[in-house]
Design a protein around this ligand. Structure first.
Ligand SMILES: NC(=O)c1ccc[n+]([C@@H]2O[C@H](COP(=O)([O-])OP(=O)(O)OC[C@H]3O[C@@H](n4cnc5c(N)ncnc54)[C@H](O)[C@@H]3O)[C@@H](O)[C@H]2O)c1
Length: 370
């Protein structure tokens, strides 16, 4: 609220708002310059300033919250190309950043004095297949911009990778860190490219590039952005809302999954590691693997009359080429990666978060009917 009220009303006009006691009111301060200076003064100078691209997606909002708890509210700049809801604007800095606009990215890096980037902007697997030219632009050209920017300004860079970076020729159970990678989606091809070119920039220019290959991520308060593992989020909502769910994968399709808290903590821990702890630049990390059938059984413990039906669509072909389980022994050995959530704990935390919401909805529907 402090930042919003401080910035309110500043449109290049005289203002007497957040000028400290010794300063004179500022005449004709350009709004943006004021905004940036204000934020800089609020930052914790002992901590890095982190820019999160694509931060309004499934992962960005939670990561911003976690990093702000650790580094301070104004040290974490959220960005995206879509309008943010009020609660995001109230929580801390949020700005427009299109990863396809290199000059815009340079300006942000200089003006906000960015030290690290967490690069989340992407079109995910299923959405990417629906618009390959756009996926190439966002996932490949956009990555080039972020990489070049990070190299020019010596920023630390985190780019998430995925189970989708593997394909039908990779060993699937388990999939090691270093193996054949011949993915069949534009999403996967772009991620392999990101891993390789990031490692190349590290060897060639000393760029501090870091990447983790994530399983499908499950969260209760943000929605997935069009991936092949989205069913593992939708099932909880539909179990509570409709007591049934039609799954777009076959019942025995095993995929690796992870609860969002493990995912976000892994990013923070991995980014904070001293460089000499890293023996590789890209690591697999694993938490749990399950099939739709196994998850449906676990859901029934909370919603006994829940029924799952199956109607595979184009996402089945993608899932059939992906790892069933990651071998993450190197992450566990090199930097002590540990997951905290298995299937049972996942169900517990998802239902704890979602039940009150759906109970309230059902109560209000019932009262409007009566
Ligand atoms: N969610 C998962 O299960 C999962 C698993 C493995 C890896 N990842 C990776 O983590 C990252 C974040 O995933 P997510 O689930 O939050 O994605 P998401 O689809 O929910 O969000 C992506 C965000 O990118 C933004 N974006 C699109 N075009 C842009 C542009 N030109 N400039 C700036 N931003 C743009 C979108 O507006 C969106 O908010 C992605 O790189 C994804 O590949 C996600």
């Amino acid at each position: 609220m402090a930042m919003r009220s401080a910035l309110r009303g500043l449109c290049g006009k005289t203002s007497s708002l957040p000028v400290g006691p010794k300063l004179q009111p500022i005449a004709c301060v350009p709004h943006r310059k004021f905004h940036e200076d204000f934020l800089h003064k609020q930052k914790n100078p002992e901590k890095p300033t982190v820019l999160i691209t694509g931060s309004l997606g499934q992962l960005g909002q939670g990561l911003a919250k976690l990093l702000r708890e650790r580094y301070g509210r104004y040290n974490v700049i959220m960005s995206d190309i879509i309008k943010a809801p009020d609660h995001i604007l109230e929580a801390g800095p949020y700005i427009y950043a299109d990863i396809l606009d290199f000059k815009n990215l340079q300006e942000i890096t200089v003006n906000y004095r960015i030290d690290s980037i967490v690069h989340f902007s992407a079109l995910l697997s299923a959405i990417g297949e629906q618009n390959v030219p756009l996926a190439m632009r966002v996932n490949i050209e956009g990555l080039h911009n972020i990489l070049e920017l990070s190299n020019q300004y010596r920023l630390k860079l985190f780019v998430p990778s995925t189970i989708g970076a593997f394909g039908p020729d990779s060993p699937r159970n388990p999939t090691p860190d270093l193996t054949i990678q011949r993915p069949r989606t534009i999403y996967g091809v772009a991620k392999v490219h990101a891993e390789l070119i990031g490692e190349y920039y590290n060897q060639r220019f000393g760029l501090d590039f870091r990447s983790l290959r994530f399983p499908g991520i499950i969260s209760s308060d943000t929605h997935p952005g069009g991936g092949t593992t989205d069913y593992a989020v939708a099932i909880f909502h539909e179990a509570l809302r409709a007591r049934q769910y039609e799954c777009y994968l076959e019942p025995d399709t095993m995929l690796p999954m992870m609860y969002i808290d493990d995912c976000l903590r892994s990013i923070m821990e991995f980014m904070e590691l001293p460089e000499d702890r890293l023996k590789m630049r890209t690591y697999n990390i694993q938490a749990m693997s399950f099939t739709p059938r196994i998850l449906a059984e676990a859901v029934k413990k909370y919603v006994p009359d829940f029924e799952m039906s199956y109607k595979p669509d184009s996402r089945q072909a993608i899932a059939d080429t992906w790892p069933m389980k990651f071998d993450d022994s190197r992450a566990r050995a090199d930097w002590n990666w540990r997951h905290e959530y298995d299937v049972d704990r996942l169900c517990q935390v998802m239902f704890d978060a979602l039940m009150p919401k759906y109970n309230t909805e059902q109560r209000s529907q019932a009262s409007s009917r009566s």
